[in-house]
Design a protein around this ligand. Structure first.
Ligand code: PMP
Length: 444
């Protein structure tokens, strides 16, 4: 008998009893390679001595002080570090406790910005189908995953959605990347014009789409076109890098590889690496200036913003990543992972697409490669893969079902930045076996 609500669906969960490096252990002594870092969280793996030492030092000094009375050294140092390494134009941070809170805060910042500069008619949010931005009401309204939204729809603010940039499903036969990027970005301009540019507040997008679609990077130039369209219509660009950011794709921020900078950016998971719950909004000098010369404050706040323990843990995580050159390892191991996934699955009858960047990779399963026909969702292939993978000592993040007309099962891989070649090889070997075993049981 359990008193934890979510265990009504996860009835047979093992008890996690420890973690070291890339592995987690359960109470029965089984070891699992954490190849998804939970949900792209544990970027340094588990039990990292330097992070634990920093957390101990912070706990010994100060666990908590409310932000209306004090600032803390940990929060100031983390903010300095994040701004120093941020995309061009970013000047300040706002620390919260996770990804959804970061998205909520970013939406409210965008709205208050337009009130401050005398454009209060701007309130419309445009986002994309096949996206996930969090489960709180504003973030849920912004995300384009209908399955998550349906029953809560009466509670959600009106938002607007365009097609994602998702080459495997949306690029037409014979269409060049350039033409597809132009067409996919044009959908935003069309929507802005339809709503009336003077009413549009922000466009929200994951730089590399995570949970809903399985590590889908944009085609070249799509986001640069999106940036231009936003600028032309005075619309703020909010990039949600909660999952794909903080080094996961091989650069600190995924948008660096697109050659653009957002007005607002949300980060979370890899920021604290799971050692503490923390997220943040990075905001531009322009937005900060509007607050500073206007009402003088951002009208928002939570009890745990700038939590000293969370900031100290995140600071330690980020210092280790820089000190140990781990972004280079993400690039090298990402290339190795891509190669090994290709060797294992390029000729696999039921693997339709392998995609991603750095140590953020997706494998999409299809019943028929030539037609890209997905498996019947009733088979719950993704759930079978998860089970077979766990039986082989591997944690991966599979998703499936019908998402906005696109039915499909995919597996998301987001292993720790500390992985070596042997770890990557073991991950691919176990994943291949798990997928084959799951396909076997799915067809029984
Ligand atoms: N945005 C993105 C892109 C995410 O992947 C997630 C979490 N999967 C969130 C927001 C919400 O973050 P959290 O679960 O920490 O609230």
């Amino acid at each position: 008998m359990t008193h934890i609500l979510h265990r009504q669906i996860h009835t047979t969960l093992p008890v996690a009893s420890g973690g070291r490096g890339i592995e987690l252990f359960d109470a029965d002594g089984r070891a699992y390679i954490d190849a998804s870092g939970g949900a792209a969280v544990s970027c340094l793996g588990h039990g990292h001595a330097d992070v634990l030492a920093a957390m101990h030092r912070q706990a010994d000094t100060l666990a908590y002080a409310h932000t209306s009375f004090f600032t803390s050294e940990a929060a100031e140092a983390l903010a300095d570090r994040l701004v120093a390494d941020a995309p061009a134009g970013i000047s300040h941070t706002y620390f919260v406790s996770g990804g959804s809170e970061a998205v909520e805060a970013a939406l409210k910042m965008a709205r208050q910005y337009f009130v401050e500069i005398g454009e209060p008619q701007r309130h419309n949010i445009i986002a994309r189908r096949q996206s996930y931005h969090g489960n709180t009401l504003g973030a849920l309204a912004t995300g384009g995953n209908e399955w998550r939204r349906t029953q809560f729809r009466p509670l959600l603010i009106d938002t607007h959605h365009i097609d994602p940039c998702f080459a495997y499903h949306y690029q037409q036969a014979g269409e060049t990347d350039e033409d597809y990027a132009r067409r996919a970005a044009q959908a935003l301009e069309d929507k802005i014009l339809e709503l009336g540019p003077e009413t549009v507040m922000a466009f929200v997008a994951e730089t590399v789409v995570g949970a809903t679609a399985g590590a889908v990077p944009p085609v070249a130039d799509y986001l640069r076109r999106i940036r231009d369209i936003c600028d032309r219509h005075g619309v703020l660009l909010i990039l949600d890098e909660v999952m794909c950011g903080m080094g996961r794709t091989g650069t600190l921020h995924a948008c660096e590889q697109e050659g653009i900078a957002p007005d607002l950016m949300t980060i979370a998971k890899g920021l604290g690496g799971g050692y503490q719950p923390i997220g943040a909004v990075l905001l531009s000098q322009t937005i900060f200036n509007a607050f500073a010369s206007g009402s003088g404050l951002f009208q928002h706040g939570h009890t745990y913003i700038c939590h000293p323990m969370a900031c100290a843990a995140a600071l330690a995580v980020q210092e280790v990543i820089a000190r140990d050159g781990l972004l280079d390892n993400v690039k090298a191991m990402g290339a190795h992972l891509t190669r090994r996934l290709g060797e294992r699955f390029d000729n696999h009858a039921n693997v339709g697409d392998i995609r991603g960047r750095g140590l953020f990779m997706g494998v999409e399963l299809v019943e028929d490669r030539s037609t890209r026909l997905p498996f019947d969702p009733k088979r719950k292939l993704h759930a079978r893969i998860k089970k077979e993978a766990m039986a082989r000592g591997l944690l991966v993040y599979p998703m499936g079902g019908t998402i906005d007309g696109i039915k499909g099962d995919h597996v998301l891989l987001a292993p720790p930045f500390i992985c070596d070649v042997a770890a990557i090889d073991a991950i691919v070997e176990r994943l291949g076996d798990a997928i084959d075993a799951a396909l076997q049981t799915a067809s029984d």
